[in-house]
Design a protein. Sequence first.
Length: 94
Amino acid sequence: MDRYVIPGKLDEPERIGLWTMDEFIAMAGPFVIGILTQHILFGIVFGTLGWWGLRKAKAGRAGSWLLHMAYWHLPPGVTGVRTVPPSHLRLMAG
């Protein structure tokens, strides 16, 4: 067994089974909540819809594209990015 995993591509995302990390979270989150609330079928349905919706939103792009869109279109505190100015400040002094 190999000690080190060498990715086939440099930009290949880390995977859990068949899914990337963000797809797995979008699928497993609603499923776990469905189990905890004893609504397993709703968890399966919403987990599948979450996975499908995230795949359609990314559409071959990197996951950072979603963070970029959230930065420009959501209120400043939602993304938690503190190292850049708020998106509503379009003119910088200087």
